[in-house]
Design a protein around this ligand. Structure first.
Ligand code: SF4
Length: 83
């Protein structure tokens, strides 16, 4: 299991992430978020204090790491979590 965190202060809506990982989607404000209905996505939570989205995900971590590497402003953090 792993978490994907998107720093919405840093996110600039270029959407390099969408091309690498289909779990990333554009939200109503034009920034990236994670599709709560995508396969393997357990939870998507907003952290308004940190202005971030944190998704808990099971399954393929490789695509998420590719999305993080491709993000120009480094807005994506991927970290493994204990179950
Ligand atoms: S690639 Fe990074 S900056 Fe661009 S939309 Fe995705 S998270 Fe935001």
């Amino acid at each position: 299991m792993f978490e994907i965190e998107i720093d919405r202060t840093a996110c600039d809506g270029i959407f390099a992430c969408l091309a690498r990982d289909g779990r990333f989607v554009e939200d109503e404000t034009g920034l990236a978020t994670i599709d709560a209905d995508a396969e393997g996505v357990i939870e998507v939570a907003r952290d308004d204090e940190r202005n971030s989205v944190v998704a808990t995900v099971e399954g393929n971590i490789d695509d998420a790491q590719l999305a993080a590497q491709a993000c120009p402003p480094d807005a994506i953090t991927v970290r493994e979590v204990d179950t």
